[in-house]
Design a binder for this molecule. Structure first.
Ligand code: F6R
Length: 365
């Protein structure tokens, strides 16, 4: 049931405050301000030398973002892998180590094959899955559920932000077990996580602004997305979402890679969507924005009101976000990223829920 929405995708984008809150509540103890996993991890994470993460598409991108958190909060080295590469590469995996699979459906063929490959190497497997009865959930030592509810739209939206919520909580719990995070630091991060559902709800207010931007994007053939830190995986997600449902060619890049190639693409026809939350690398992102503006690119920024003010002359459009803890800005900035893709597809008359050539669950490789 789509309720009052035209598409499941719109409904699922709007469900995010609720489902992210539900997922966080499952993995956090709000009263003590600590991560509280509803299961025991299948290995002694204090002794772990690395974590391998695998997934496909948006699930892979969630893993890429999770890497920042596992490194930051748990000081745990992470190898993040596209499942279709991992399974055929004969990766050297230590027996007794931990592999983490991420999958909404829990049925993706390459992700399942990666799980079995990790097990053959004697690894324990933990999965972040949305479907509790799925094959990946059943074959894992532990299935950490995302409580996103059924996701019907082919483009993943609420499952993505719920995957991020689970990964952040796992990073905190593992960080504590490894002695990488003291109680005060953990309580601060838990409070930041608890604020996210409200911030995601506020971010949904950018929708009418995004709708007018979408009318412009619908006229172009190429779009570039740039971001640094956790905004880099979000840039990949923005590009993936736009190509998948509007069929406009889009690329996501780490903003620092701009001058290593993609800058050659920039001209007065090229919209460049810069994801620029106020974080530790904002000054670096700002210099990339200046590079885009100096070459006549069509600068579209997603950032706070001060940034929008500073770039009022250079930017063709700005989507203004509130103040968000820098480590988790990507979970809130995901909203305009998803809405840009959705409204562009709607303006172009595409079926956002059923894009051509795509299946919700890719059970063959
Ligand atoms: C993108 C999308 C796909 C899936 C990918 C993995 O919007 O939906 O890229 O993320 O096919 O699917 P799951 O998570 O079911 O393994």
């Amino acid at each position: 049931d789509k309720g009052n929405y035209r598409h499941f995708m719109a409904k699922e984008i709007h469900e995010q405050p609720e489902v992210v809150a539900r997922t966080l509540a499952h993995y956090l103890d709000m009263s003590s301000g600590r991560a509280a996993l509803p299961f025991d991890l299948p290995v002694d994470v204090a002794k772990l030398s690395r974590l391998t993460i695998c997934g496909c598409g948006t699930a892979y991108i969630a893993g890429l973002m999770g890497k920042y958190w596992f490194e930051r909060f748990a000081r745990l080295p992470v190898d993040i892998e596209i499942a279709s590469e991992f399974r055929y590469r004969d990766p050297p995996l230590e027996p007794g180590g931990l592999t983490l699979l991420i999958s909404q459906s829990g049925e993706t063929a390459d992700t399942l094959a990666s799980l079995r490959c990790a097990k053959e190497h004697g690894q324990k497997v933990l999965s972040v899955v949305n479907v509790a009865t799925s094959t990946i959930a059943r074959e894992s030592d532990i299935a950490a559920l995302t409580l996103a509810g059924p996701e019907i739209g082919v483009a993943s939206t609420k499952a993505f932000t719920c995957q991020l919520a689970v990964l952040a909580c796992l990073a905190l719990a593992i960080g504590r077990a490894r002695g990488a995070l003291d109680d005060a630091a953990e309580a601060k991060v838990v409070a930041e996580l608890m604020a996210l559902p409200g911030l995601i709800a506020e971010a949904l207010a950018c929708e009418s602004r995004v709708e007018s931007l979408a009318r412009e994007i619908a006229k172009v053939h190429n779009v570039l997305y740039l971001g640094r830190g956790t905004s880099y995986p979000l840039a990949l997600e923005g590009a993936l979402k736009l190509k998948e449902i509007s069929y406009i060619h889009a690329e996501g890049y780490a903003a620092g890679e701009l001058k290593h190639g993609p800058i050659a693409l920039i001209d007065e026809d090229m919209p460049v969507i810069v994801i620029a939350p106020r974080d530790a690398v904002i000054e670096k992102t700002i210099s990339n924005m200046q590079e885009v503006a100096a070459r006549g690119g069509r600068l579209i920024l997603i950032g706070d009101s001060a940034l929008a003010r500073d770039f009022a002359a250079e930017a063709e459009a700005a989507i203004v976000m509130g103040d968000i803890a820098p480590d988790f800005s990507a979970m809130v900035y995901a909203v305009p990223i998803q809405l840009i893709a959705y409204h562009t597809a709607v303006v172009m008359g595409k079926d956002a829920d059923q894009p051509r050539n795509l299946a919700k669950s890719v059970t063959v490789e």
